[in-house]
Design a protein around this ligand. Sequence first.
Ligand code: GCO
Length: 450
Amino acid sequence: MQFPKDFIWGAAAASYQIEGAAAEDGRGLCVWDMFSRQPGKVWRNQNGATACDHYHRFREDVDLMADLGLQAYRFSVSWPRVIPAGTGSINQAGLDFYDKLVDALLEKNIQPWLTLFHWDYPYELYCRGGWLSPDSSDWFADYTAVMVERLSDRVQHWIPQNEPQCFLGLGHVTGNHAPGMKMGTAEAMLAVHNSLLAHGKAVQVIRAKAVLPPVIGTAPAGKVCIPRTASAEDIAAARQATFSNTTKDIYSNSIFTDPLILGHYPEDCIQVMGADMPKVTEQDMRTICQPLDFYGVNLYFGHWVEATEHGGWQPAESVIGPPLTTMEWEVSPAVLYWGARFLHERYKLPIVITENGMANTDWIHLDGKVHDPQRIDYLHRHLREFARASAEGIPCLGYMQWSIMDNFEWGHGYKQRFGLIYVDYETGRRVPKDSYYWYRNVIKTNGTEL
Ligand code: GCO
């Protein structure tokens, strides 16, 4: 397989999922601290208070990343660690942590890819209205300015928000994630609009203030559809389904990414949301639609789709008894090919896979090692599909495996292991899995042996 010469091989993680040190050095509360205190919200009532203890062990973790040959590490900053109340006074100790992390990465020649917000929203801002507040986008812009001021002399890669579909959809509509709200559609769409404004303002701040020329992108989730067969009709159906909005849910790519990149909400979204659409001004849309450098996308599985007789689309079954991960996500590697293709066609930006990986039944075997052949096969198949997209001329810039290490998987607690590195949560011990050594060779050979 061929990947571009300067292709970036990385791995990702997020603050609340790995850092721990939740009550240390002046960190403020986040919505996940509060949500996980409510009985029954997280598997076995677990939480991220200690997690992988990355806050204290980050040097060891960076050494493992270096040994893996990682070229980029996508991490997120805990907003309330840096600004405990979300706005106002800055916590120097919190900021220092990211400063040291970035220096440690650079010392090993690993590019820091910084996500400003990966779900650990400041609890105090939630109490002040959170994403419904008309001030929410300014709060985010102010926080962005703090990070840019401190780190942009060393950090070039910026991702304002991770998966708005999830922190809004799961956090504010279904209530499965923090802060556990169950909003109606009008409120949910207002939160969507405010989060888009926050993205736009953050991009403006980064471009205006950054010392190193910034490279800015996205990391949405959102459904990508896979054609059931290679027929032109099924391909057209999958393309249409990938961007369509037929219900009032807010999981599509287009609800978020059309405004960011095309400068308007999708027509079918406006139709289906009807009176639940927020008031949108042209000025808002200009703020939201800022130039971006790459389209980063988190992809784990696809949705099979086939054409109907009348030129529409319908969901399709892949096979009876499909391969599943322990999240019960169907292993459907073609999502990397079709995702790259459809998303590039529509948004015209180079593609980065900002997350891809699988949860597996990993444990330390009798020989002291962690054998995870399923993960190796999963990654192998997905990377081949991404290489296929690249071979067809789609600009594919990089790939971030999720995750560098096992971590707190939100509502699933520590039940689900996504890591290349196994974490023994009792002792904090790290054990690189077979997939770690496999990925090391992939990186070393730039994927040519895949
Ligand atoms: C997401 C988040 C990650 C998850 C990962 C596995 O995509 O949901 O970005 O924090 O841990 O995706 O579910």
